[in-house]
Design a protein around this ligand. Structure first.
Ligand SMILES: NC(=O)c1ccc[n+]([C@@H]2O[C@H](COP(=O)([O-])OP(=O)(O)OC[C@H]3O[C@@H](n4cnc5c(N)ncnc54)[C@H](OP(=O)(O)O)[C@@H]3O)[C@@H](O)[C@H]2O)c1
Length: 325
């Protein structure tokens, strides 16, 4: 099968288009003909050997897909050949076929196309879990979203509004902030030009954020660690800036706030029922038009390395999806 292959660790330009053998099918597995594959930050990390999952070389990256089921293993009960599905693959999605455990596969909701479905699972699944199970966000709380026009960031802007929060979107360009506004943000901060800590102070009458959603880390985390309200929750989502920050723990003590880790993949494995309920609600919100997944670019498989390069150069807005004809 055709695939975008990582033969040696390195940046996106080291990936090559080629042939890989079709993966074998186990009793609990589903084989999917991939139609579209969402591009995510961990794809960038995995090809550079900087991610916790370390597949054997050569492999195809690509952590989430949408497509049609070709065949299922003898113990699979929920999914049938011909079903249209979305799935979390971890890697292997930038290829014509992928094999994945049934528990990581969801039927696509009616009315959703392959491109939207391929960019949906990771960002909305992570964000819903972060805001609901980890932050217990309440209506009228102030939610600060960093990287607010990125994949998880834009989903956090939308879901923050769904849960009735006042959303302050922080991003690094006018175009990104415009997109966050179109998806419901109440206030905008350009943290490449403005002082994040001062702006949050001004926008919250000196109180700070009730909830901060942080997929960026680095300097933005440092500023938010000094900008949290009493009883606040600072959600640690990721470190797209490249720096894992250190926290002086007197800050949460003095302000009476919590620093809360979010690891959606581990949550799915440990609490699959809760995750299924989350998705049932997410699909209702999608059907009602209350969340609007934003795919800014699609690339064919032949140009998938460019898609990853856009992400690493901070050019992506919302999701980028690779299509596989
Ligand atoms: N904890 C979990 O379960 C979980 C699940 C999914 C993703 N994540 C993590 O969340 C982070 C974001 O993922 P994503 O898929 O949303 O990525 P993304 O679409 O690329 O968004 C990341 C955002 O970070 C900002 N950023 C700041 N410095 C950057 C830099 N040096 N390079 C790239 N981006 C930079 C960018 O916004 P500005 O230019 O506006 O600053 C960008 O929009 C990643 O670290 C990922 O691993 C964690």
């Amino acid at each position: 099968m055709r695939a975008l292959i990582c033969k040696e660790y390195g940046p996106p330009e080291t990936l090559v288009l080629g042939e890989l053998p079709s993966p074998p099918l186990g009793a609990k597995d589903v084989r999917i003909r991939v139609r579209a594959c969402g591009v995510n930050f961990p794809d960038l990390l995995i090809i550079q050997n900087k991610y916790q999952v370390k597949p054997q070389l050569p492999f195809a990256p690509g952590g989430e897909v949408a497509g049609e089921v070709l065949e299922v293993g003898s113990e699979v009960r929920r999914i049938r050949p011909g079903d249209k599905v979305m799935a979390l693959t971890g890697y292997g999605g930038f290829a014509e076929e992928v094999v994945v455990d049934e528990h990581r596969v969801l039927p696509m909701p009616a009315g959703m196309d392959f491109v939207t479905a391929a960019g949906f699972t990771m960002v909305y699944g992570t964000t819903y879990h972060a805001l609901v199970q980890r932050a217990s966000i309440q209506a009228a709380e102030t939610l600060v979203v960093l990287g607010a026009a990125g994949g998880v960031g834009l989903a956090a802007v939308e879901l923050g509004k769904v849960f009735g929060a006042r959303v302050i979107a922080c991003a690094g360009s006018e175009e990104k902030l415009r997109t966050a506004r179109e998806h419901g943000a109440d206030e905008l901060v350009d943290y490449r030009r403005e002082d994040l800590k001062e702006r949050i102070k001004a926008l919250t009458d000196g109180k700070g954020a009730d909830v901060c959603f942080d997929p960026v880390g680095g300097d933005a985390f440092d500023a938010m660690a000094r900008s949290m309200n009493w009883n606040g929750r600072l959600l640690v989502i990721g470190f797209a800036s490249g720096r894992i920050p250190q926290l002086p723990v007197n800050l949460p003590l003095l302000k009476g706030y919590q620093v809360v880790g979010v690891f959606w993949g581990a949550f799915v494995a440990r609490e699959p029922e809760t995750n299924r309920r989350n998705f049932a609600h997410l699909f209702e919100l999608y059907a009602a038009g209350r969340i609007r997944p934003h795919v800014s670019h699609t690339y064919p498989l032949e140009q998938a390395a460019r898609a990853l390069d856009d992400l690493s150069a901070r050019r992506a807005i919302g999701k980028i999806v690779v299509t596989i004809e």
